[in-house]
Design a protein around this ligand. Sequence first.
Ligand code: ADP
Ligand code: ASP
Ligand code: MG
Length: 466
Amino acid sequence: MLVMKFGGTSVGSAARIRQVATLVQEAAGREPVVVVVSAVSGVTDGLIAAARDAAGRQRLEALQRVIQLQGKHAEILYGLDLPAEMQQSVADELHPLWVELENFIHSVGVLGELTRRTLDYISSLGERLSCRLVAATLRAAGQAAEAVDATRVVVTDSTFGNAFPLMDATRARATAVLAPLLAAGRVPVITGFIGANADGIVTTLGRGGSDYSAAILGRALDAREVIIWTDVDGVMTANPRVVPEARTLPQLSYLEAAEMSYFGAKVLHPKTIAPAVEGGIPVRIKNTFAPESPGTLITAQPPPADASIRAITAISRLALLTLQGKGMVGLPGVAARLFSTIAQEGINVLMISQSSSEYNICVLIEEAYAAQAQAAIERQFALEQAQGLIEGQTVRTGVSIVAVIGAGMRGKPAVTGQVFLALAGTAIEVLAIAQGSSELNLSFVIASTQEDAAVRAIHQHFDLGR
Ligand code: ADP
Ligand code: ASP
Ligand code: MG
């Protein structure tokens, strides 16, 4: 059994959806296939923007966005050239979803309030629309297929916006809902990104979460392989939009892929690797627009790489929080209190760096949470600050983490030197450095304005495009 996941650009137009149908049909001729789809590209953003407009009492703007989304889907539906009867039945299938959207947008507008739960419901509609278009295209091409809402299959906790799958329940549902379809030779076309809690309330797995959905379903159904079909040839040595000469990596380990996605390689959602590791399921990244390219194969133990470093990734829009004070030297538990204060606010720490003198501790968090974290830390260390043990904190927003990744870095300290040598000729100022204990990753913090230049300089220095 094979899971094939198609991202937003892969289902972004009628022509692309037809291409998806061709790829699925070919695969389904060889083995049972489960298809996972994202919303049409830009649609999730549009739904979220409409919801926010409504909550902000910008009702006209919200309605305009809804109309735009309807137009986009209508254009695709017409472009699919389905037989007239089928076109009508798909339009009938989509209609109640549009009514739901309008009702929700109206309610949000009346209340002037948007809860995470409501936002999840509204943003789930993109996938619920696209899966019906893809399933119909498959049927029109002669391949039995059925649209399935993942709310019937993927059971999650109730962390709206970032839900966690409950694997035992999901496995049971996958067996009950999807296995009979597969046995009957029908291809389930299931929504990525979404699930439902035990009470059936819609949840989402986090932005870009359709990759994660594919891995969850692959694990639940013991898939032979999960293929993530996207708009680039695979996982590359750097973001090809930043480094045009970036090269596709033919093979990667789970650890390397997880590290890369965690540190900003958008091509794979950071949580995707965990279910694959648990099930020992190979993950392949392939290009919908160039299916003949071999892509990237991610497994537990790929053949050793020849180069020490594999790739460079970056995450922007971060804030660097520094807590400092001479009195911190030898003051026990400061770091622990700092981290738990941030954790209690529900804020994720992306990187930590502490100078050996213990004169300061730096943490990296998302910029959007900077003020919240700062206030919490202020309260936590008010006493120490009053006593002069801690001088205070500084916050610098507009910073990025650049991460250099590769299993071959292990036991090669000279690589670190080479990385900074690559930056020596540039005017880039390094604000903090951290090395993961896995030795798979060297990361450092710089101003976001210098992010692209840093990535390019290191890529060039190590000649990763060769
Ligand atoms: P999809 O809609 O198919 O899920 P995404 O936009 O989420 O696609 O991810 C693919 C994009 O990830 C690429 O177009 C590319 O710009 C970006 N990307 C960032 N880093 C990398 C990398 N190291 N290798 C490949 N793509 C990357
Ligand atoms: N459509 C969702 C998003 O835009 C999920 C995904 O594309 O993976 O975040
Ligand atoms: Mg994606």
